[in-house]
Design a protein around this ligand. Sequence first.
Ligand SMILES: O=C[C@H](O)[C@H](O)[C@H](O)COP(=O)(O)O
Length: 217
Amino acid sequence: MTQDELKKAAAWAALEFVKENTIVGVGTGSTVNHFIDALGSIKDTIKGAVSSSEASTARLKALGIEVFELNDVDVLDVYVDGADEINAHNEMIKGGGAALTREKIVAAVAKQFVCIVDDTKLVATLGGFPLPVEVIPMARSYVARELLKLGGDPVYRQGVVTDNGNVILDVHNLKITQAKQLETQINQIVGVVTNGLFAERGADKVIIGTKNGPQIK
Ligand SMILES: O=C[C@H](O)[C@H](O)[C@H](O)COP(=O)(O)O
């Protein structure tokens, strides 16, 4: 099976966490794109979705799924999203697609975070995938210097502007053993909007696409 087929299998398996007549929190990325297609197949049984990016919003709308503003929704039953890396504690690195801030906000409103990944995303230690940090543009150089002090090597993601009008620094060469602590520490740097560590709010369930079929843990 290809990596994309494993993503697709994990994404479709997430339908079992979607309850009838609810608004579903929807993440961003190539794995979530399969989940959005899966949602399309049951669109008449759900109220709609809250989206974490302009890209997911466009895909949801193209399938005729109503997209609600998060400010109009008190609570989401479930949030479904992919990850760039996930460890055994269900802590994740996200933001490879630059959608980390809206993803973290929508996830915060959900009772349950269901992470959908292919098995290449499972890691023993987070940090092999460069950690994305969303930054207010005028703070970019300052934040980069502060990230250097934390032991990482920040690289400006050239040409990328987030849905919020900000820029991304990808921090290379981190070996993340204390994910919650680092998440908080980076968020305290002035000019950082948020970082791609999802540890304080990790996944509640993980669906892993494997060659033997999707596994839920
Ligand atoms: O900003 C993007 C998101 O955090 C994605 O969930 C993450 O990058 C995983 O994306 P994909 O499913 O394309 O591997």
